[in-house]
Structure formats: structure tokens, C-alpha cells
Design a protein around this ligand. Structure first.
Ligand SMILES: [Zn+2]
Length: 292
């Protein structure tokens, strides 16, 4: 079977209303706790196949595979500043779903001892070559890190892809030091319609996000595991790049990337307006373990 049904992972109930049907998949909202999730969703076997990708996929390590490295560096340097404020001493940082390694590359340069976990073989290889960082190719639990090993664990737009976030978060709890910091960024429920618009899905191309959280559902999930939230905020998505792409204006995209150093100030102003209007498409949560 390529699809599977599940109860709500947050409250355990099976009481949902349909939001968007994308046969054979469907986005539903839990009437009990408000969590939005894909039900039915692709099976774990199917997801493994999709995320692993083609192991023979060849990459030129001297070329930026996304064309957006600079943008990622800007975005992540803002995130790293907050982490550095919250963790005065630099130690070990683990990025789960480290992708092409942009965050780890930046954190390494900043003095952190960096580790990554990434199931997509080509992306893990690229990160290792490009940034000379330690990447475990596979899933978090397979990596078998020692207990209380990391000062910071980060997941940038990753948790929403993980079919069993509770098991993942319990493993994070195990490998995080007692005063360790967990940072999670996910797309919020406001992004759902935008994410699927204009796309066609089928069994071999399922929707990528198994969950859509808001600050309240993500906080409840973390508290259930034994974390307490120290900072939670919504971030507006200004969609500058998306707009450039939609207008088929390749030159506009290149212009945006080239001048992002200045444009990011405009972006920040736009983001603050969106925050006032409660139009945040992404959420970032910083959490620590509850003191026993
Ligand atoms: Zn629920």
C-alpha cells in the first residue's frame, strides 16, 4: 500500500474535517485540537524512496545547485544571530534535514562544531564536499548519537515532512544537553493553499508537507514531549523570489539575489507589516527541556 491513514498525532483522536482534497490524499483539520495534517498520506516506504533520491545523481561541487546560496546565507545568518544570543557558548550544533548544508556551512564559519543528518544522498554529499562538514546520510535515529550530546538542534522546514514527529522529538530530547536549545521553523497553516496552488499531485508526487502547524499546535506538541517554549514567532513570507519566478523574469531573480544585501532591509520592513497584520506564513519556535 502506498497510502496510509492516521489519527491526529497531537490528541490521538480521529475526528476531522476535510480542508482540501488532493486524491488520493487529503488535508484535514482535527476538530479536537486544530492540527492540520495529510490524511491519508503517503506510506513511510514511499516517502523513503522519494527522499533518498537517485544515489547516482552526479553533482558539480563547484556550482551552487540551487542558485540561491547567497539568499540562504542571509536568511540563516539572521537565525544564527538569535541562536548566539540564546546560547552564549558555542558548542555542538546538529541540523536535521541539513539539505545542501548552507546552515551548517555558516555555523561552522561562525565557530560552531557542526553535524548534519540528511536522507537525500546527493544533498548530503554536496554539503560534505562543499563545506567539509560531518553529515550522516539517513534518518536521525539511525545516526545513534550519544545521549546529551548537542548544545543546539535545528530543523529548518523539516518537521512538517516527518511522518512521526513525536518519535523524532523524543530522540531529539535524548541527544540534547540538559540546557540545550531546540529551534524549529515550519510553514504555518496560512501557507497551505499557497503551497499547493498550481501544482498537480499523484501517488509518485505526493504533497510534501504532512503537517501544517500554528504556534499553538506546535507549542502543544513540544510541551507534550517535555519542552518549554522560550520564544515563538510568526514570520511573513514576502515572496520576492516567487514573484520574480512567476513572472518568468529570470533577470529579476538574478537581480534580487545580487542585491539582496540591500533588499533584505525592504524585506524586513514588509515582514514587520505582515506580522502586524498577522499574515505570517512561517513559524519559528525556540525551546528548551523542562527542568525535571
Ligand atoms: Zn487533534
Amino acid at each position: 500500500m502506498n497510502v496510509e491513514f492516521s489519527n491526529c498525532i497531537l490528541c490521538g483522536k480521529d475526528n476531522t474535517e476535510e480542508i482540501i482534497s488532493l486524491p488520493p490524499f487529503c488535508y484535514v483539520r482535527c476538530r479536537n485540537c486544530d492540527l492540520v495534517y495529510l490524511n491519508p498520506r503517503p506510506s513511510q516506504g514511499l516517502l523513503n524512496k522519494i527522499y533518498q533520491g537517485d544515489k547516482f545523481h552526479s553533482i558539480d561541487f563547484h556550482k551552487d545547485p540551487t542558485g540561491e546560496e547567497k539568499l540562504y546565507f542571509f536568511r540563516f545568518s539572521d537565525r544564527l544571530k538569535v541562536i548566539n544570543r540564546l546560547k552564549k557558548r558555542k558548542g555542538k550544533i546538529l541540523d536535521i534535514g541539513s539539505s545542501w548544508g548552507y546552515f551548517l556551512g555558516l555555523a561552522k564559519e561562525d565557530g560552531w562544531d557542526v553535524y548534519g543528518v540528511e536522507p537525500t544522498i546527493a544533498e548530503a554529499k554536496y554539503a560534505q564536499e562543499r563545506f567539509k562538514v560531518k553529515i550522516f546520510t539517513g534518518r536521525l535515529r539511525e545516526a545513534q548519537f550519544p545521549a546529551q550530546y548537542f548544545d543546539v538542534v535545528s530543523l529548518w522546514h523539516v518537521l512538517e515532512h516527518i511522518p512521526d514527529p513525536i518519535i523524532e522529538l523524543l530522540e531529539i530530547k535524548r541527544i540534547l544537553k540538559e540546557d540545550g536549545l531546540l529551534v524549529i521553523e515550519v510553514p504555518s497553516t496560512r501557507r497551505l493553499k499557497d503551497d499547493i496552488s498550481g501544482k498537480k499531485f499523484d501517488i509518485n508526487n505526493p504533497p510534501q508537507h504532512l503537517f501544517y502547524y500554528n504556534i499553538s499546535t506546535l507549542s502543544s506538541l513540544l510541551e507534550k514531549i517535555g519542552f518549554h517554549i522560550i520564544k515563538a514567532k510568526g514570520i511573513g513570507n514576502t515572496k520576492i523570489l516567487k514573484m520574480a519566478e512567476a513572472h518568468k523574469a529570470g533577470f529579476l531573480k538574478i537581480f534580487v539575489i545580487k542585491h539582496f544585501r540591500y533588499l533584505r532591509h525592504v524585506k524586513k520592513i514588509l515582514q514587520s507589516f505582515k506580522a502586524i497584520l498577522r499574515m505570517q506564513e512561517n513559524i519559528i519556535i525556540y525551546a528548551k527541556l523542562k527542568v525535571q
